[in-house]
Design a protein around this ligand. Structure first.
Ligand code: 2P0
Length: 327
């Protein structure tokens, strides 16, 4: 089997119906499904170079060497499929802040699986790449696809049906997304730890899991019908309900800062005044405002004025993970 260097890019994604909780830790299977949008402007670019002179995998993220950890574990799965043993050098660059609630693990593992499968000579379906990306990070399964994407919780014990699929390509409903960055540092509690802590200690966690299916149905139908008002209502509900489950953990997880709340109110004021916009907030303090086409700049100006907002970024919906150079 010939192995060669390959590079892939993948966009970050933002969940509208959130993923928070697992049904299996080992295979990283989600307790419920989720629905997301893949972004155009926030991306990871990853180069995988199989190198027989290496004793172990080497992972460099934004010019800093990191423990290979989950990156090595995902490479092991791909090497096993390819019948290869060669260690790899993995160089990854994000064009947005890492570890601050902007889903860098999603674009990161989607780009890794896409580049590494090409480098190892594997021809994998998008569904298979989604399954492998999920092993690295649950949200990464969604970044294999562009536009509007649904992740299935699946039922099989082996996780082969816990994969994402596309709902609508970006061009079919080109919403805009404003990211209001309220803190540039890394968050105190990572998603995986926060999720597991919520599962173990929050009395609201069972209610959260039970109600996701209804939210998925509503969001899926709103996307099919391009019904922004319904999508706005269910997305804000999902985000706030997820945070309610975290707040009720022991001790409670508070990811927000005062600027997060200021942006939430600003988005609601804009919508009350007729602007097509809704908010969502992940496991971090940044606020993402999803807007009807043409509203992004106006929303960015309003959020940029909020006290504590360090910067705003405006982007749109983008494609799925792609090889950008290869053999
Ligand atoms: C989401 N988040 O649906 C939710 C909302 C954060 C809040 O998916 O443990 O890093 O690696 O599967 O994918 C972040 O969780 O968790 C996440 P793991 P992941 O976007």
């Amino acid at each position: 089997m010939s192995v060669q260097q390959a590079t892939a890019r993948a966009g970050a994604n933002i969940a509208l119906v959130k993923y928070w909780g697992k049904r299996d830790q080992q295979l990283n299977l989600p307790a419920a499904g989720s629905i997301s949008i893949t972004l155009a402007g926030l991306e990871t670019r990853t180069t995988v170079t199989p190198d027989p002179s290496l004793d172990a995998d080497c992972f460099v993220l934004d010019d800093a060497e990191q423990p290979a950890g989950r990156v090595g574990a995902v490479l092991d799965l791909l090497r096993e499929m390819a019948g290869e043993a060669t260690s790899c050098r993995v160089e990854s660059v994000n064009n947005f802040p890492t570890g601050a609630g902007l889903a860098s693990s999603a674009s990161g593992f989607a780009a890794l699986v896409t580049a590494a499968s090409q480098a190892l000579g594997l021809e994998l379906s998008e569904a298979k790449r989604s399954e492998l990306a999920r092993r690295g990070s649950g949200s990464a399964a969604r970044s294999i696809f562009g536009g509007f994407v649904e992740m299935d919780a699946g039922q099989r014990d082996d996780g082969s049906d816990a994969v994402a699929h596309p709902l609508l390509v970006a061009e079919d409903w080109p919403l805009e997304v404003v990211v209001a960055v309220t803190d540039c540092g890394s968050k105190a509690v990572g998603s995986r730890d926060g999720m597991n802590h919520t599962m173990r200690t929050s009395p609201y966690y069972p209610a959260w899991v039970e109600t996701v299916a209804g939210d998925l149905d509503l969001a899926r139908r709103a996307i099919e019908a391009r019904n922004f008002e319904v999508l706005a209502e269910v997305s804000e509900h999902s985000a706030l309900k997820m945070h309610a489950s975290m707040l009720a953990a022991r001790p409670g997880l508070v990811y927000w800062n005062p600027a997060t709340l200021a942006c939430i109110h600003a988005v609601r004021d804009l919508r009350a005044a007729g602007t097509g916009v809704f908010f969502t907030v992940d496991a971090g303090p940044q606020v993402k405002a999803v807007c009807l086409p043409g509203e992004g700049e106006r929303v960015a100006q309003a959020l940029g004025k909020q006290k504590g907002v360090a910067k705003v970024m405006v982007t749109g919906l983008g494609p799925g993970a792609l090889v950008v150079t290869g053999p």
